[in-house]
Design a protein around this ligand. Structure first.
Ligand SMILES: *Cc1c(COP(=O)(O)O)cnc(C)c1O
Length: 394
């Protein structure tokens, strides 16, 4: 039985999978079973923030697994407390953190905090959450409903929880607010929706308005967090102070972890929320190691250099191949090339694998780049050489 047959027979077919069998990774280079190398411009959809085989991360994990991998959240967990402190310090916000295992779960926690806030803080019940069109917030029944894409709300999984509505733009959010609105949930750079950043002034104005109305601003930083945009959080880059922030993808460097942080530390009390695995020894040790690697790179300006270099490469591609691409989009190391058609996008994703390059799709016609934050200039150069080979035949 081939690997492909085994997968098709025993794994539920919820993904349109590629069957390249990767067996090793070093930095931003992956190797398949035949020894062919690939430049990884996807980092597991923004997860492998310190690349593959990072020494600090792998030794932290080896050490931790020899001691304790897991005990329950009924006991205090030292690396979890340390990681919470580190995240709070790096964020600059006075917040408390709850650890979960994924982005969707972190967003579920955010919605629960908002719902309880709306139940307990006002005379009338407030429960409505406004999100934006083209957003993506997860795959659980509630976060799929929070996702502002009609195609996700198929009757197959209905009924969905009430209280979610979607607006076309930030401007439209103002009109949608009523006296039952408890929160607005946004990504500062829409990832899955097409790598689309919002304007800083527009977001700051919204944040001020929500604050004045005592409506919570929830920022979904599952993709934008942990230096993806060049700052620790995109909220830092936008210079706003959200009520609730969610993290996941890049935080564990590949070990599953999610986090919801809020300045409303008193809202949830014992018994309100929980997780068996969330923030256990293993995932917390991973988070600590990732931050130990990334903070010095941020502090010394290396991350800034990397993102400027990456951006320059994208600009060169757009200038040289303007028959294929409209423009480059995104922020930091969360980037995209807006292709002139969905067909161009599809062909690039397909051909890139042949050339030894991994890139991603986003939205209808965007080719997405989410390299590891630690990617080297040589790997960027080689990746773009391969990208040019990929598109030269289109
Ligand atoms: C990936 C993503 C999620 C979902 O995260 P999972 O870990 O897959 O549950 C939620 N929000 C945003 C913005 C994401 O990019």
């Amino acid at each position: 039985m081939t690997l492909e047959q085994q997968d098709k027979q025993y794994v539920l077919q919820t993904y349109a999978r590629d069957y390249t069998n990767f067996v090793k990774g070093v930095g931003s280079t992956l190797y398949d079973e035949n020894g062919k190398d690939y430049i990884d411009f996807a980092s597991g959809i923004g997860v492998n923030s310190v690349g593959h085989g990072n020494d600090v991360l792998t030794s932290a994990l080896c050490e931790q697994t020899k001691n304790i991998i897991h005990i329950s959240n009924l006991q205090v967990i030292e690396p979890q407390a340390k990681l919470a402190q580190r995240i709070v310090e790096l964020s600059g916000y006075d917040m408390g953190i709850f650890f979960a295992n994924s982005g969707a779960e972190a967003n579920e926690g955010a919605i629960k905090i908002a719902r309880k806030y709306g139940e307990t803080k006002f005379d009338n019940k407030r429960y409505k959450v406004i999100t934006l069109e083209h957003s993506f917030h997860g795959r659980t029944i509630t976060t799929v409903k929070a996702t502002g894409q009609e195609s996700f709300h198929t009757p197959n999984f209905s009924p969905y929880p009430d209280g979610f509505s979607y607006e076309k733009s930030i401007e439209d959010v103002y009109k949608a607010i009523d006296d039952e609105t408890v929160a607005v949930l946004i990504e500062l750079v829409q990832g899955e929706g097409g790598v689309q950043p919002f304007e800083k002034e527009e977001v700051q104005k919204l944040a001020a308005h929500l604050k004045a109305k005592d409506i919570l601003l929830i920022v979904d930083e599952v993709q934008t967090g942990v230096y993806r945009t060049g700052e620790f959080l995109a909220s830092n880059l936008y210079e706003i102070e959200p009520d609730i922030i969610t993290l996941a993808k890049g935080l564990g460097g590949g070990v599953p972890i999610g986090a919801v942080m809020t300045k409303h530390k008193e809202i949830l009390s014992a018994g309100d929320h929980g997780s068996t695995f969330g923030g256990n020894y293993l995932s917390s040790a991973a988070g600590l190691a990732v931050l130990e690697v990334l903070y010095p790179l941020y502090d010394s300006g290396v991350i800034d250099e990397t993102l400027v270099y990456f951006s320059q490469k994208l600009k060169e591609i757009v200038a040289k191949y303007d028959h294929l691409f409209e423009k480059e989009v995104g922020l930091g190391l969360m980037r995209g090339l807006r292709a002139r058609s969905a067909e161009v996008q599809g062909n690039i994703i397909k051909n890139a694998m042949q050339e030894g390059l991994i890139v991603l799709k986003a939205g209808r016609n965007t080719v997405r780049f989410l390299p590891s934050i630690t990617i080297s200039k040589n790997e960027i150069d080689e990746g773009f050489n391969r990208f040019e080979k990929t598109i030269s035949t289109l």
